[in-house]
Write a protein that binds this ligand. Structure first.
Ligand SMILES: Nc1ncnc2c1ncn2[C@@H]1O[C@H](COP(=O)(O)OP(=O)(O)OP(=O)(O)O)[C@@H](O)[C@H]1O
Ligand SMILES: [Mg+2]
Length: 250
């Protein structure tokens, strides 16, 4: 089943065209990796999937993005509800300046969950789902900043999971992590895809090959190729894709 679909998605900042008509189908419960050289529009594309670009001054968006068949850019869409369904984990871990516990509980309260024991249960479950529970269960009320970068990244993932999204967008979530933390994050993604649809931007070609089911190659705002990852990496149809994957340019 198709979870997300973009149709001729175009985006410009002022006169500068960033996305030049991207059509892509993202199947449910898969991991889709977005790769491509710096500045090609990966983050912009990712952010357009939950309307994070809406805030930016001078942005102009055309085309459609369907979530379960409904265009998220329709006027009647509640963006708050949309972001509940389509969660995001950013490149740099960005915990709130609060306790580990509160980092998760806060979002739950905003979404109307008030019952303390329910909040407690969800905090524990999301920390377990994000593979962080064992490391923090004895210090839940310490500052989130006392955690390592990798732990903070998993905390932010737990925070995103707590509100039970259907889709998780991740923008280079491993870029600030050491190899061990990266490995743990990759295992986490593997586990999460059973219940979620994940779109991940990565600069790391090997990582895309390891973790994704489908890979999208963006180049200068265009989707050059999209295919099953094993096909993209063994028999790309486009020469540009092949050159990028072979590391001929970055
Ligand atoms: N707020 C903005 N206003 C104007 N231009 C922007 C804005 N954000 C991004 N851009 C431009 O859009 C283009 C695509 O940026 P984007 O961040 O999507 O690229 P990227 O593929 O994620 O790059 P990287 O791999 O370096 O993160 C770049 O040329 C960038 O300068
Ligand atoms: Mg980026």
């Amino acid at each position: 089943m198709v979870k997300l679909k973009t149709e001729n998605l175009k985006l410009r900042f002022g006169k500068k065209e960033i996305l030049k008509g991207i059509t892509m189908e993202i199947p449910q419960n898969t991991v889709v990796a977005i790769i491509g050289p710096s500045g090609c529009g990966k983050s912009t594309f990712l952010r357009s999937l939950n309307r994070m670009n809406d805030f930016i001054k001078g942005v102009h968006i055309e085309g459609k993005v369907f979530l379960d068949g409904k265009n998220i850019y329709d006027r009647d869409v509640n963006v708050f509800e949309l972001r509940k369904k389509v969660g995001m984990v950013f490149q740099k871990p960005n915990p709130f300046p609060k306790s580990i516990y509160e980092n998760i509980a806060y979002g739950l309260r905003i979404h109307g969950i008030k019952d303390r024991s329910v909040i407690q249960q969800i905090v524990e479950k999301s920390l377990k789902d994000a593979n962080l529970w064992e490391e923090v269960k004895d210090k839940l009320f310490e500052s989130a900043f006392s955690l390592s970068g990798g732990q903070q990244q998993r905390l932010c993932t737990a925070r995103a999971l707590a509100i039970e999204p259907e889709v998780i967008l991740m923008d280079e979530p491993a870029s600030a992590l050491d190899p061990i933390a990266t490995n743990r994050l990759e295992h986490l993604i593997e586990k999460l895809k059973r219940n979620y649809t994940i779109v991940i931007v990565t600069h790391n070609i090997q990582q895309a090959a390891r973790i994704s089911d489908f890979t999208a190659f963006l180049y200068m705002g265009e989707l050059i190729e999209f295919d099953r990852t094993e096909i993209m990496f063994t028999a790309p149809k486009n020469k540009k894709t092949e050159e990028y994957i072979m590391g001929k340019f970055s």
